[in-house]
Each structure stands twice: as structure tokens, then as C-alpha cells.
Design a protein around this ligand. Structure first.
Ligand code: GLC
Length: 644
């Protein structure tokens, strides 16, 4: 086993020196209440950490790695500013803060949203006004120069991209946001580092310890054996999963681009490095870590090298360390994987409640677009029924669009179960959303055409995919429909920047030579502040604000309440039930451009056939005909018994 060594290079800037009371107490050798809490948490969690590490690295190594991680946690806790220690206490007292119906997320590139980090701080009133309590800023740590996959090729985790500001600016921003009730989420890219990262540079310079941070092979024998079962993430511009590097004189594992070197998590030194990075950033005020491409971090010959059991063990180890040193910290898994693999990221079996607190509900996002294109909810209902209830302490991050392309993660089994040819349906969706299908109102672009599998993923903004660019009269209703689904499903809904304005594809996306090869930039336009301040021509902003406001007052939409997907009666209407002690809430969404119905039997089975039946969205009784509820095109109702 390579030795576990690392230098703690976090500098404690002026703004983060622990306020005087604690420093004084520490200097006089007295134990503060925070230190006592740390000791309690250590007692409670260390055995779990040890057991987890034993499962990954074996009994012989587990103690040494545990000791190293505890030392990292201790040092980080000692350096943790008092305001963040108080936040720790608050979060422990109110652990459901991110599950509440009033919680809404927003995701943006700092520069495209506002400019520098200081400029982001000047835009908090816009976010608060929208009700945002969680802000995911896209990668902002120092990336490699040149192509860097939108910042996902990090050269230095301990500094900020110079054009955005400094670590002190980041600290100031988290403080400002926290003051406004907004938690900052940052990407933790932990599958790979940039070829220019100091670990990679040392490896290239011949340091054997750092070479062991990566998967390097002298010849093609092992890479070829892995390739036999490995898919390709970017078959168009980065085919294959290994890259020859002259300086290394070896083939290095590069799942994504040639300049993103996968790190070797089988080496415990790597785990220790990332634990230190997480806690350092947590001490700067980062509250949520988006675990980028987490599915890929463990490699196993003969598999697709995704979703391996060790992925969850390692997440658990990192989370346990964070719980000990900085319990306010949450993890959000970015695992864009098939529906069968997704639940494990929120914890199943012994990992329930012990891995990530949040995970992207990629399956729901894909089904939103599938429902809109086909006007049929039967596949979506079946597929969503297969996803088990997540642990009640966790939440799905629900979303309709993000900065990435849409890949049609629809399983063959789910499609076949409802009598659909999976291949033909995926082809239809790519045709529909690239605008190639006759009658399509969508204006997306094909991203990564995979000749081997026939897959074609799709780029495009929510508005352009929903028909706004094509001038379709139902476009605004579809945009609001997609948002109503993510807001009523259960979880923490995250709005992608500009979707609240109906922002369309960026026609100039390829003008920047660094972006020209990657059409995902078409759906990453800069924020048009003029439009944000101007009128709302399609009523999208007003409609979304209304939905957010209604949602925040509905306890049924707390993420801890279970979500049930009911078998559709009308094939055009998605039926989502939220169970709550106050009584059930039925979210019914018409995915078609025609009038549709919620059948009377649904209301009967839910005990909602009462005089007090209300639609929270309209604030009135629903439109009942013989006990059935009429839904206009693309309408959503949130029905509950208002008399209780
Ligand atoms: C994640 C990011 C994506 C990036 C990839 C590699 O999937 O969302 O944008 O290309 O990771 O880091």
C-alpha cells in the first residue's frame, strides 16, 4: 500500500481566523463547547469510519487510514471559524433544512450569471426574491489553461479561478450568501484532475508516489482489457478511455477528455487528499459539495467501471469525516446513471442515510422530456415506479435542465414493460428534440452521436427544447409544466439559470474557440439582466414565481414525505401522490396539448372526493365534472383537502 502522506496547504486567511473567544480559550488550553462536540462526534462516528475503510482497503490498512483521516478532521475542526461551527450546530438541530418546501435551488456559472464572485454577491437580492435558498455555482476553482471542460479539469482545488476572484472573495461570498439564507454548493471534481494539477505534474516528473495517484499502464495490455467493457463518455471528441502521455511514458486513464486524468481511489492517499480538500473548502463556507461524476471513481476489470460498491463506501467515508469535522456539510451525488443504479447514491441497505444527502433525479428529468414529446405518461409512470423511496433524511435534486446534455437514460426493461421499443423510442426522442422529426417544436442540437450504440444526446435550453424558439403557442405552458413537475415531485428543485426567463439557445455559442467543439455551450448563455428587469412576455417568470410561492406553503411537499406514482388512468396525465399526516396531496399534470382528466376513482381512493377539495395552484376548487377533474392543455393541479 502506498504511504499516506500529504501536506496541509490550506492557508487560513485573515477573514477566517477563529474569532477571539475560541482562540483565547484554545490558547489557555481550555476546552470549548465546540471541542467537546467534536470529541462526541468522533466517538460516535470513528468506528463507522474504520469499518468502512476496512471494507475498501482491507483490515491491515484500515487503522492507518482512519488515523490519518481523523488527524485531517481534527486539524480542519481546529481551523473552523466560529460562525461555521455555529452553523454546524444549527444544521444538527434542523437537519431537514434542505428538504423543506420553501427550499429552492438555482444553478449558474458565476461569470455568466454576474461576473466575478464579488458581482455574484451583488445579485443576492435577485436570488432571494425568487426564493432561492441554495446556489450551485459551476466550477470556479482554478482550472487548467486552455480547454478545461467548463472548469471540470481542476488544476488547483485550493485557489479560485483568477478572473473570478480569490479564496478570500469566495469566503466573503459564502458569508454574504449565508447572511441571506442561501447555502453555497460547489463542484468537487473527484474522478479526475487536470493534467496540469501538481499531482499529475509530479507524476510526469517521475515521482512514483504521485504516479500511484493515477491509473498508469506501460503498454496497451491492461487498457485493452478494460476497454472491452468500458463505454465512451465523449465518443465524438474524446474516444477511448486511456491517453498516451510521453512524459509519463505510459497510458493514463482518462474517462472524459485527454487532459482529465482519473485519480486512483484504490490508493488511500487519494482519499486523504480529497478529505482535506473538502474540509478546507467547508471552512471557507461551502455547504454542499456536488460530487461530480462520482459513479466513475472505482475501476473494476470486466465491468463498465461505474456504480461499483466501493463508490458508495468511499462516499460514506468522506461523509463520515465531514460529519465529524464540519457537520453542516452536505453531499450531492452527480450520478447520471440508469434508473436501477440511481437509488444507491442516496443509500440503500446498510448505506441508507450514510452516503449523499442529495442526488440528481436524472430519471425524472429524462421522463419529463419523454412525456412532453410523446404526450404520454405511461412509460414515465412505470419507470418512476421502479425507483424506490429514498431514505427520509435525503432528497432528490429535481431538475428539468442543467448545464449538461440530455442522454436518454430509459431502460430497455421499462420501455418493454409498457410495450414500447426502447431503441425506437430513444431514436424518436433524439429526432424530436433535434427538430428532425416532422411536427417537432423543439430546437435542440445533437451532442455526441455514438455510431456503435446509435445514441444521440441532446443540447439546448429548456425554452428552446420546449418550443419557444420555434414559436409554438404551447411553449410557455410546457416550460411551466416541466417546472410544476419538478416542484411537485418531492425533493429539492433546482432551476437552471435563465430558465425562469425562458432563455433560448445561445446562437453565438461557437464564437468562443474554446467552446466551439462542445455544443453544450448552446444552453449556457449569459444572463440577460435587461430581460430579467423587463416585461415577462410569456408569463414564464410570473408563472414560476407563483408555483414557488404556492409550494413553499404546502407541507405535503416536504422531501421527507414519500412520493407515490400512480398508474395513469388518462394516458396523458401524470399522477404523483405525496403522503402527509395532513392528508394526501395529488399532483396531476397533463402532458398533452389537449384537455385531459383526473378520473373520479383516483380522488375516491385518496379520500379527496370531498367538498373541501382545493387546487393549491389556482387557489380554488378544481373544475369537476361527474367527480372527475378537467385539466386544460399542459395544466397541473395540486389537489388536497383544504378543509382539514
Ligand atoms: C459531469 C459534469 C460535466 C463534465 C463531467 C466531467 O458530468 O456535469 O459537465 O463534463 O462531469 O467532469
Amino acid at each position: 500500500m502506498p504511504s499516506v502522506r500529504l501536506e496541509n496547504t490550506w492557508s487560513v486567511g485573515p477573514g477566517s481566523a477563529a474569532p477571539t473567544k475560541t482562540s483565547r480559550l484554545r490558547h489557555t488550553g481550555r476546552v470549548t463547547r465546540f471541542d467537546a462536540d467534536f470529541a462526541d462526534r468522533l466517538d460516535a462516528w470513528e468506528p463507522d469510519l474504520h469499518a468502512t475503510l476496512e471494507r475498501v482497503y482491507g483490515a491491515a490498512a484500515a487503522q492507518e487510514v482512519t488515523d490519518r483521516l481523523v488527524a485531517i478532521a481534527r486539524a480542519a475542526h481546529a481551523a473552523r471559524p466560529d460562525d461555521l461551527r455555529e452553523l454546524d450546530e444549527r444544521r444538527l438541530r434542523e437537519p431537514d433544512w434542505f428538504q423543506r418546501p420553501s427550499m429552492v435551488g438555482y444553478a449558474a456559472y458565476a461569470d455568466r450569471f454576474a461576473g466575478t464572485l464579488q458581482d455574484v454577491g451583488r445579485r443576492t437580492s435577485y436570488l432571494r426574491d425568487l426564493g432561492v435558498g441554495y446556489l450551485h455555482l459551476m466550477p470556479l476553482l482554478t482550472p487548467r489553461p486552455g480547454p478545461n471542460d467548463g472548469g471540470y479539469a481542476v488544476m488547483d482545488y485550493r485557489s479560485v479561478r483568477p478572473d473570478l476572484g480569490t479564496l478570500d472573495d469566495l469566503r466573503a461570498l459564502t458569508t454574504t450568501l449565508r447572511g441571506e439564507g442561501i447555502s453555497l454548493c460547489l463542484d468537487l471534481v473527484l474522478n479526475h484532475v487536470a493534467r496540469e494539477h501538481e499531482w499529475a505534474a509530479s507524476a510526469r516528473a517521475g515521482d512514483p508516489d504521485k504516479r500511484a495517484y493515477f491509473h498508469v499502464h506501460d503498454d496497451r495490455e491492461v487498457p485493452d482489457a478494460y476497454e472491452a467493457t468500458l463505454p465512451e463518455v465523449f465518443p465524438d471528441f474524446a474516444p477511448g478511455n486511456f491517453t498516451w502521455d510521453d512524459e509519463l511514458a505510459g497510458w493514463v486513464w482518462t474517462t472524459f477528455n485527454y487532459y482529465q486524468w482519473d485519480v486512483n481511489w484504490a490508493n488511500p492517499a487519494v482519499l486523504c487528499e480529497y478529505a482535506d480538500i473538502i474540509l478546507g473548502l467547508a471552512n471557507v463556507g461551502v455547504e454542499v459539495f456536488r460530487l461530480d461524476a462520482i459513479a466513475f471513481i472505482w475501476k473494476r476489470m470486466g465491468t463498465a467501471c461505474q456504480n461499483q460498491p466501493e463508490v458508495h463506501e468511499l462516499t460514506r467515508a468522506l461523509r463520515t469525516v465531514a460529519r465529524i469535522a464540519a457537520p453542516a456539510v452536505l453531499f450531492k451525488a452527480e450520478a447520471i446513471v440508469g434508473p436501477a443504479e440511481l437509488p444507491a447514491y442516496l443509500g440503500v441497505g446498510r448505506h441508507a442515510g450514510r452516503v449523499s444527502d442529495l442526488a440528481y433525479h436524472n430519471g425524472l428529468m429524462v421522463q419529463i422530456w419523454s412525456m412532453l414529446a410523446s404526450g404520454d405518461v405511461r412509460l414515465a409512470s412505470h419507470a418512476l415506479q421502479q425507483v424506490p423511496q429514498p431514505p427520509s433524511t435525503t432528497a432528490w435534486a429535481t431538475y428539468a435542465r442543467c448545464h449538461d446534455d440530455i442522454g436518454w437514460a430509459i431502460s430497455d426493461e421499462d420501455a418493454q414493460a409498457v410495450g414500447i421499443d426502447p431503441f425506437a423510442h430513444r431514436r424518436f426522442l433524439s429526432d424530436w428534440y433535434s427538430g428532425a422529426h416532422p411536427g417537432s417544436w423543439a430546437r435542440g442540437l445533437v451532442f455526441q452521436q455514438n455510431e456503435a450504440t446509435g445514441d444521440r444526446r441532446i443540447s439546448g435550453t429548456l425554452a428552446s427544447l420546449a418550443g419557444l424558439e420555434a414559436g409554438d403557442p404551447h411553449a410557455a405552458a410546457r416550460i411551466l409544466w416541466a417546472h410544476a413537475v419538478i416542484l411537485g415531485f418531492g425533493g429539492l428543485p433546482v432551476i437552471w439559470m435563465g430558465d425562469e426567463l425562458g432563455l433560448m439557445n445561445d446562437q453565438g455559442w461557437a464564437d468562443d474557440p474554446a467552446h466551439a467543439g462542445d455544443n453544450r455551450w448552446v444552453h449556457r448563455p449569459p444572463m440577460p439582466w435587461d430581460a430579467a428587469a423587463g416585461e415577462d412576455p410569456y408569463g414564464i417568470t410570473a408563472g414560476l414565481r407563483h408555483l414557488l410561492e404556492v409550494r413553499s406553503g404546502l407541507p405535503h411537499l416536504h422531501a421527507a414525505s414519500p412520493t407515490e406514482i400512480w398508474d395513469p388512468r388518462d394516458p396523458g396525465v401524470l399522477l404523483v401522490v405525496r403522503r402527509h399526516p395532513l392528508g394526501p396531496l395529488l399532483a396531476a399534470s397533463n402532458a398533452t396539448g389537449e384537455e385531459a382528466w383526473v378520473d373520479a376513482d383516483v380522488l375516491h381512493w385518496l379520500g379527496l372526493h370531498t367538498d373541501g377539495l382545493l387546487d393549491a395552484i389556482n387557489g380554488t376548487a378544481p373544475d369537476l365534472h361527474d367527480g372527475a377533474v378537467r385539466l386544460p392543455p399542459y395544466a397541473t393541479v395540486w389537489l388536497y383537502d383544504g378543509s382539514r
